[in-house]
Design a protein around this ligand. Structure first.
Ligand code: ADP
Ligand code: MG
Length: 610
């Protein structure tokens, strides 16, 4: 105790007196466990004179079974962690042992070890008359809740930290079973006893204890045995570590992880299922920091491949496309750009149009270090635009054809005249045939001209639906014959409607064309007109073709909906529009493999639209 240096000269004497008087044992060891100082309580406990104690190894006085645990706890303590009380057996001169409780262990800067421990024999012997007065001051100094119970589980001693944690006092507990053990966990004690009897020196449990106010707390419980002179277990030391905060923290972490996971999953789901490809590229590292999983589906590139080698698309796409991509990924220009290019797959030859938006990310100094790019596959959009352009072209060609038809019609008229003249003069039998064939050409030319001429103003006129339909049928007959399709017609009488005949013709042409196309091996095409009770005329077009599936039925009026290689998907859309303009309706009924029926209803003419 020489290092105590205080101004009052009597303090040293006072401490010496205290260390002699107290039953608590003070020890000072060196790093290796050699005893450098022991107070008289130690001497009393092991009944060996102090002179024989100093400079001997502490562990020579410890029961061989307890040496390992004691060395670990005292010599290799983690100084950052709280010291946890435990028990060992001390050898006495007469060969018997007595249990002591270690309650404090501190390492000094010079490398020595300061220890405090307490003989348990007296405490256990006088368990029934125990009171706070018996409690060692130093046992109370530790912040760890500790209790000593006898082999029946009845309380001998608890410390101050125990009282604070659980809310019961020593006086209330002495000689009673521990009320901190919830009823459903009472079996634990028997288990612990059994394990100690089998020779275990330290038992660790994670369990739950109850406070006086009824709240339950999760704890780590460490139990070491206390022995009597004959080395029988006479009591148990239990040390409690309250882990509610730790558990709460763990729960929080778990909860947070779960939310994170959910968010990550959501993000992953989104990035997997969008059609856009999103990339974050680091220019310095020349690597992707992030690529959305959608790249696998959209571009047919494996995620791990592109992370490993950002230029792996060179193997996949043709040179132009790859160069475009390389340029984008390595671009250091600080401006956001949007560009469009095509990617042609080397293997399949398939080309897709990609629209890219590149947003640079700069560091503090304004240098572009990374950029985010979003790639959108615009192939379908492109195709549609092209289709519309093509249709525009068709319009131009149509106009051209109309002009040519007009030019043909004039010489045709004179040819017809001359043929008739010639036929009269020569009385040749072919005259009539030639004339009738020329008339047929004229008819087709006229029909064609009506349809092809650009529409100026829509004029509604009262028309006989039968005539309109019949004219279309004769116009379409050659096409039908060519495809082995036979018209079956049935006309109702006087179905007059107010309409623009040319437009209605266009609708019927569309329907007949679709019907013919639906019967690649030919068949019957039924066309009926009939008046309905509600003041409508119905035109029914029924084929025996391939039919239309339920999902496709709903999409018929969508523009560009087609499943034909050369289809435009515009026919029915235009037809719908025309019938709508006529305040009528158009309905489709179909069964796959059996055929399709189209019903057009047009309001019967009143006298107004004459
Ligand atoms: P297109 O004929 O150019 O494909 P339409 O608008 O005329 O465009 O028709 C759209 C689609 O509707 C067709 O591609 C076809 O799949 C389906 N369809 C229309 N009419 C019939 C029919 N009579 N039988 C079977 N399928 C049809
Ligand atoms: Mg069509």
């Amino acid at each position: 105790m020489g290092q105590i240096n205080v101004e009052n000269p009597f303090i040293f004497e006072a401490l010496q007196w205290f260390s002699k008087k107290t039953k608590d044992i003070f020890l000072l060891l060196d790093k290796k466990g050699i005893i450098k100082y022991a107070n008289s309580a130690f001497e009393t406990c092991i009944q060996i004179p102090n002179s024989d104690i100093e400079n001997s190894l502490l562990f020579d006085f410890i029961h061989p079974d307890d040496v390992k645990n004691t060395v670990e706890k005292l010599l290799f303590m983690n100084p950052d962690q709280q010291f946890i009380p435990f028990t060992s057996r001390l050898k006495q001169k007469n060969g018997t042992y007595s249990s002591i409780l270690w309650t404090s262990c501190e390492y000094t800067e010079e490398g020595s070890i300061k220890l405090i421990c307490h003989p348990l024999k007296d405490i256990i012997d006088s368990r029934d008359s125990i009171s706070i007065g018996w409690r060692s001051t130093f046992f109370d100094l530790t912040d760890t809740a500790a209790d000593i119970v006898d082999v029946d589980g009845k309380v001998i001693l608890v410390n101050r930290a125990f009282e604070e944690l659980y809310g019961w006092t020593q006086d209330e507990l002495t000689g009673k079973r521990l009320p901190i053990v919830p009823q459903h966990l009472e079996f634990e004690f028997q288990n612990v006893m059994q394990r100690l009897l089998q020779g275990e020196k330290l038992i660790k449990l994670q369990t739950v204890r109850q406070r006086r106010d009824g709240t339950l707390i999760p704890i780590n419980l460490m139990i070491t045995p206390v022995y009597n002179e004959t080395c029988e277990i006479s009591a148990l030391l239990g040390v409690t570590e309250n882990i509610s905060e730790l558990m709460e923290y763990k729960m929080l972490v778990k909860l947070q992880n779960e939310t994170l996971e959910a968010e990550e999953r959501l993000l992953l789901d989104i990035t997997k299922n969008i059609s856009e490809v999103i990339c974050l590229f680091d220019i310095k590292k020349d690597k992707f920091l992030y690529v959305s999983p959608s790249i696998e589906k959209s571009w047919g590139i494996k995620l791990e491949d592109i992370y490993e080698n950002p230029l792996c698309f060179e193997d996949k796409f043709d040179t132009d496309a790859s160069n475009n991509l390389i340029e984008i990924f390595r671009s250091t220009s600080g401006i956001s750009q949007a560009l469009e290019f095509n990617l042609t797959d080397k293997d399949s030859g398939q080309t897709r149009w990609i629209r890219a938006e590149i947003t640079p990310i700069t560091d503090k100094d304004g240098t572009v270090t990374r950029h985010i790019s979003i790639f959108k596959d615009v192939t379908e959009l492109k195709e549609k635009t092209n289709q519309i352009k093509q249709l525009d072209q068709l319009g131009v060609i149509g106009q051209l054809a109309a002009g040519i038809a007009h030019e043909i019609r004039n010489p045709l008229t004179s040819i017809k005249g001359f043929v008739q003249l010639l036929a009269e003069e020569t009385n040749h039998q072919f005259g009539e045939i030639i004339t009738s064939e020329i008339e047929r050409i004229e008819f087709i030319m006229n029909e064609f001209l009506i349809l092809a001429k650009p529409q100026r103003e829509i004029v509604f006129k009262k028309e006989n639906v039968n005539t309109v339909v019949q004219e279309v049928i004769s116009f379409m007959r050659p096409e039908a014959v060519l495809n082995n399709v036979e018209f079956v017609t049935k006309f109702n009488s006087f179905p007059f409607v107010n309409c623009e005949a040319k437009q209605i013709k266009q609708v019927i042409i569309n329907l007949i064309k679709n019907a013919i196309e639906a019967m690649p091996r030919g068949g019957k095409l039924h066309i009926h007109t009939l008046s309905t009770e509600e003041g409508f005329v119905m035109i029914k077009v029924r084929d025996e073709g391939i039919g239309i599936s339920k999902e496709h039925l709903q999409r018929l009026s969508e523009p560009f909906f087609t499943n034909k290689e050369k289809g435009t998907g515009l026919g029915l859309m235009i037809s719908n529009k025309i019938i709508e303009d006529h305040k009528g309706s158009i309905e489709f009924f179909s069964e796959l493999g059996k055929g399709t029926t189209v019903e057009i209803r047009l309001p019967l003419a009143t006298d107004i639209g004459k």
